[in-house]
Design a protein around this ligand. Structure first.
Ligand code: HEM
Ligand SMILES: *[C@@H]1O[C@H](CO)[C@@H](O)[C@H](O)[C@H]1NC(C)=O
Ligand SMILES: *[C@@H]1O[C@H](CO)[C@@H](O)[C@H](O)[C@H]1NC(C)=O
Length: 559
């Protein structure tokens, strides 16, 4: 017995020593990295003569930026912060980019908001995604997804999925979207009867999940009407990702349940996809002979395009006959996850902000309804069947498109982050200053850029009319490279046309029959004059409307 106790005591010494070594290692590493980052920053004025904001060796720019952000609501989405920094330091911002050292909260960051400088690392050349993305998305997809793949792997998969986003294929998917939107309309009518204020973002998310389910999986998820296990697992998995403010992320990382939860949700998602994948492979194997002549096969979905590419890959011939190649299966599951996620979240928040902006801009709403009446006639109830017969009608709604674009200008849900490179400098078109990028994360900050008054006249106002200006000498004309909610260049959003088509269809089928009133209480905090601003609550990855967009719906009666 005594021997046993002695050995336990010995074990504890070992444990404590191990913990001590681990802590000491991390403390040493922290200060090593601190020195590395702060030296990188101090080099900017010293070696390159580029002025930076007041910088502290211990806190970097944390105190400087915190002072600027103290004037904003504390829950504002961090991705919006550069706009206020620009406004606080206009003389530093004038050249179009600013170094921001928020380490250890985020990697040392060169925030870029001049559109032509954004083009220098997103378009020509298009640099690889930042390390930060890998930390965030690794546990979700093992980075085998279209947003995170790089080089030839990315190129091949983009090629596989591109046909799914052709104008023709998207239009052929529209009738399936309409079925889901009809469910949404029914839901809104019930809400209108009850008169209650709801978080509009939630039914909007359920709708956009159902729509992307049709386009990616060719399946109905019924997330709008029933509990859906896949939706649940996806949302919870995203909740556990390292995308929050530092303290929340640290709490997640030390939570002993995290690995178990991640494993469970991962398995639930896979189990949901498996029968759909098997079915798609079975269908394509049996129809592969007729495929070349048969033109009556349905719209291309993400799952069917991947299956087709797999079955026609000669390198995999030997394995295909017995079982699905394991690596192909892993990649396909990752792709489906990213399409299901990227394909719903941003579209739903955009819809929420659009309805808020229409409520606060009644003349825009009136003009939009007038456009719908001129295209579909006075009876709103016929619009759905008209679109089903001729989906291309959705392409003759220039004002509706302008409203969506103006919403995305003011509330872009995400920006792109890239890894800076040795020998790559960004050149300011206005001052000629050359910004070194090695060691820096480059942030293409669409939010700041799209509200920067050096680029946009009436930058803070909601002016859909600017999108209709064709005359380049008109001050309202939108200049090249400036509109980047979907980013520009080879890594731009593959789903942008789908999102626009979907949003237009939803607007046509709801706005003439219903009134949407965003309901922020008296004295609600404002950002840039608006009570609706972007926040990122625990577990959210993109900018979401404050409070989930509280909304009351009413039926319009013979106005
Ligand atoms: C309003 C809605 C949307 C917005 C604002 C948006 C925005 C973006 C942005 C900014 C990127 C670049 C991300 C980066 O650089 O890391 C991106 C990429 C992507 N988006 Fe979207 N997106 C929307 C809708 C969609 C939809 C509906 C789908 C799916 C059908 C989708 C799928 C993707 C994919 C797969 C990528 C990666 C493309 C690649 O790297 O090849 N998105 N999106
Ligand atoms: C999640 O599932 C994929 C297959 O879908 C697998 O490759 C991966 O290892 C799983 N990850 C975790 C954390 O269980
Ligand atoms: C073409 O494909 C459709 C759908 O898979 C099928 O119903 C039809 O019988 C096929 N036609 C021919 C001629 O193979």
């Amino acid at each position: 017995m005594a021997k046993l106790l002695a050995s336990i005591a010995w074990d504890w010494t070992l444990v404590w020593t191990a913990i001590g070594v681990y802590v000491a290692y991390n403390v040493v590493y922290f200060f090593y990295r601190l020195h590395q980052v702060r030296s990188l920053v101090r080099e900017i004025p010293a070696k390159y003569g580029i002025p930076i904001m007041p910088h502290s060796y211990l806190f970097g720019h944390l105190v400087t930026v915190a002072k600027v952000m103290m004037k904003q609501p504390s829950d504002i989405f961090g991705g919006c912060a550069p706009l206020f920094v620009i406004k606080a330091y206009p003389e530093l911002a004038a050249a179009g980019a600013m170094y921001m050292d928020m380490w250890p909260v985020s990697p040392p960051m060169l925030t870029v908001f001049d559109p032509d400088m954004m083009a220098q690392f997103c378009q020509e050349p298009s640099l690889p995604k930042a390390e930060l993305m890998h930390t965030e998305f690794g546990p979700f997809t093992q980075l085998k997804d279209l947003v995170n793949l790089e080089g030839p792997d990315w190129k091949r998969w983009r090629g596989v999925f591109n046909p799914g986003f052709s104008a023709k294929n998207l239009l052929s998917l529209v009738p399936t979207f309409l079925e889901e939107i009809e469910v949404f309309v029914g839901h809104l009518q019930a809400l209108a009867k009850s008169g209650e204020v709801v978080k509009f973002e939630e039914p909007a998310m359920d709708l956009t999940i159902d729509v992307i389910g049709r386009a990616a999986l060719g399946a109905r998820l019924h997330a709008q009407t029933k509990h859906n296990g896949f939706k649940d697992a996806m949302t919870r998995q995203v909740y556990w990702l390292e995308t929050d403010r530092l303290p929340v992320t640290l709490l997640k990382l030390v939570n002993p349940f995290r690995p178990l939860m991640m494993w469970l949700h991962n398995r639930t998602m896979k189990n949901y996809f498996m029968p759909l994948i098997e079915q798609s492979i079975a269908e394509h194997s049996s129809s592969s002979q007729a495929d070349t002549t048969n033109t009556t096969t349905g719209p291309k979905t993400i799952i069917s395009l991947a299956t087709k590419a797999y079955l026609s890959d000669p390198a995999l011939d030997a394995k295909k006959s017995t079982q699905i190649d394991a690596e192909f299966l892993n990649v396909l599951i990752s792709q489906l996850k990213i399409f299901m996620f990227a394909g719903h979240d941003t579209t739903a928040t955009t819809l929420s902000f659009a309805y808020h902006l229409l409520h606060t801009n009644p003349s825009t709403l009136a003009a939009l309804r007038a456009e719908h009446t001129s295209v579909f006639g006075p009876d709103p109830s016929t619009a759905s069947s008209q679109i089903a017969l001729n989906p291309a009608l959705l392409n003759s709604l220039p004002y509706t498109l302008s409203v969506i674009k103006e919403t995305l200008r003011l509330f872009p849900p995400v920006g792109s982050v890239r890894e800076g490179q040795t020998n790559l400098f960004l050149t300011s078109p206005s001052t000629g200053t050359r910004y070194p990028t090695a060691g820096w994360m480059l942030f293409s900050c669409s939010f700041a850029s799209q509200r920067w008054d050096a680029v946009w006249p009436r930058a803070g106002e909601f002016v859909p009319e600017r999108w209709l200006v064709r005359d380049e000498s008109d001050p309202l004309h939108v200049r090249k490279n400036a509109f980047r909610p979907f980013e520009l260049g080879p890594r731009n959003c593959i789903g942008q046309e789908l999102a626009l088509l979907e949003l237009k269809a939803i607007m046509v089928l709801t706005l003439r029959e219903m009134e949407f009133e965003s309901c922020y209480g008296e004295g609600a905090k404002k950002v840039e004059g608006d009570v609706a601003y972007q926040v990122k609550e625990a577990g959210q990855v993109t900018g979401h409307p404050k409070g989930g967009m509280p909304m009351r719906v009413r039926l319009r009666t013979g106005e």
